[in-house]
Design a protein around this ligand. Structure first.
Ligand code: SF4
Ligand code: SF4
Length: 467
């Protein structure tokens, strides 16, 4: 297959009536099934995970008070924020990767804005009815009936938005404590603020802003086209097959009538949550939800035409009439392979680092008051403070060993016990015979070992000072 010599991408930006309300028509089908699978999956994780107990606490908790992040068995401390930064970087990389392969996959299936809009729309349809009923209700003058329906819808929206805000804050304050605080009206001002803020954002974004958020506010929507190329999968209307559009009787040969396969029923426009006509070409407003594919496939089935007049395809595939296997082959192009290689390497390295992470951190702080002193028996002493961070969830007892100079010893053997997820301090006095080393600083190693599990061991370096 030859490559086009010149690639020119045209993304159409049309003037849009921002006040025109979109009333998406319900649709079922293969892609809508997957959209709902993702709605359920993401919401089960979001609403459910904060209730999962783990080792006597919440499985996932970003405890800002104690500055500890709990992720199942993993306890992250402020000095581990590098892992959070890596997770964010990996998320961005995954977004680049999926966008390069399949365009707005994230927008269409898993973006919270899309997911909550879908849920809010589902409530709207449940209360107000299908598209024609909703249009009629909005056009009707205010009455007790209309007020009751609108109140029911907004009541349900607000309840869901409030629960969403509460769940969000429940990842930063234990959710059970939060409920207790609500029941006893003792919620702190910051928690109250964030529950209200996140709840109001959900209500406003999913209930009112909806597609405007994707069109005008979301920064990802604005720059994602930079990541597109001729082999990126997009929702595509097959103009060559569909045009000229026009109505016709079922069973009539469209070619004989001088028509394409599009019967101009506009159902693809009616189901579109952003209210666009995909037949006008790739548009900034298309969130890649594939509702128009399902809608058009149903029309094609009714007309006994082959499915796929609107389908996932690439620019190259449309212009070159590439087969499905050719589209898949071209998906693994250098840019995608590079994203994939970086993503996999960073993921594996991070997973390995987390899996082998020592649940102990040691800081050795030299006694600033005196570099060294002479003990009663004539030996030289250096004093340090050991700061031990027990990053596990069990109480641990540690012993200390010193090496690096012949005859170097602890003035007093002792074990240090540190409670779970806590920091313990201990003073450490090291001794060396006065004639055992020359004057000056000598490098030494201080090793802290878990008495019950010698695999947990950290060695830090320090200097022993001889006068
Ligand atoms: S649903 Fe299909 S047939 Fe109907 S207008 Fe859209 S593209 Fe044409
Ligand atoms: S054009 Fe199709 S894929 Fe794009 S937003 Fe509208 S319905 Fe979804």
């Amino acid at each position: 297959m030859s490559k086009p010599s010149l690639h020119k991408r045209v993304i159409e930006i049309k003037p849009i009536d921002v006040d025109a309300k979109v009333y998406p028509r319900s649709i079922t089908g293969y892609f809508q099934h997957w959209r709902w699978v993702f709605v359920w999956l993401t919401q089960l994780v979001f609403y459910g995970l904060c209730w999962l107990p783990w080792n006597g606490r919440q499985a996932v908790l970003f405890d800002l008070d104690t500055r500890r992040f709990y992720l199942f068995d993993l306890v992250l401390w402020p000095q581990d924020t590098i892992y959070l930064a890596i997770i964010l970087a990996l998320s961005a990389l995954a977004l680049f990767l999926f966008t390069a392969v399949a365009g707005r996959l994230w927008c269409g299936y898993t973006c919270p804005q899309t997911v909550y809009t879908e849920i809010f729309l589902w409530i709207e349809k449940l209360v107000e009815g299908e598209r024609p009923k909703r249009i009629k209700l909005d056009a009707a003058p205010w009455s007790a009936h209309k007020l009751a329906i609108k109140s029911a819808k907004h009541g349900l929206w607000l309840a869901l938005a409030f629960w969403t805000g509460l769940t969000f804050v429940g990842y930063f304050t234990p959710i059970r404590d939060l409920l207790q605080e609500i029941a006893t009206l003792s919620m702190g001002p910051w928690e109250m603020f964030w529950v209200t803020f996140y709840g109001a954002a959900t209500y406003g974004n999913a209930g009112f802003l909806r597609e405007h958020m994707c069109k005008y506010i979301c920064p990802y929507a604005q720059f994602q086209f930079v990541m597109f190329d001729q082999d990126t999968l997009n929702i595509t209307y097959d103009k060559e097959r569909g045009d000229p559009r026009g109505t016709r009787q079922k069973g009539v040969d469209p070619r004989a009538e001088g028509l394409g396969d599009c019967i101009d029923c506009s159902i693809c426009v009616q189901v579109c949550p952003t209210g666009i006509d995909i037949r006008d070409g790739l548009q900034l407003e298309c969130i890649g939800c594939a509702a128009c594919i399902d809608a058009c496939d149903q029309v094609m089935d009714k007309m006994n035409y082959p499915r796929g007049l609107i389908r996932y395809s690439t620019e190259n595939a449309v212009t070159m009439k590439a087969s499905r296997s050719e589209i898949i082959r071209r998906a693994f192009r250098p840019r995608v392979l590079l994203y994939l290689a970086v993503f996999l390497s960073v993921s594996i390295a991070t997973a390995w680092s987390l899996a082998t992470k020592m649940p102990l951190k040691v800081s050795v702080i030299r006694d600033r008051a005196a570099m060294s002193r002479e003990a009663a028996d004539g030996s030289i002493e250096n004093s340090f403070t050991l700061q031990l961070t027990n990053a596990s969830e069990q109480t641990r007892t540690y012993s200390v060993r010193v090496t690096g100079l012949p005859g170097l010893r602890l003035a007093e053997e002792h074990e240090i016990t540190v409670p779970p997820a806590a920091i313990g301090d201990a003073s450490l006095v090291l001794q060396l015979d006065a004639d055992a080393a020359k004057p000056g600083a000598h490098p030494i190693a201080i090793t802290v070992v878990d008495v019950a599990d010698p695999q947990v061991s950290v060695t830090e370096t320090a200097k022993f000072w001889m006068p």
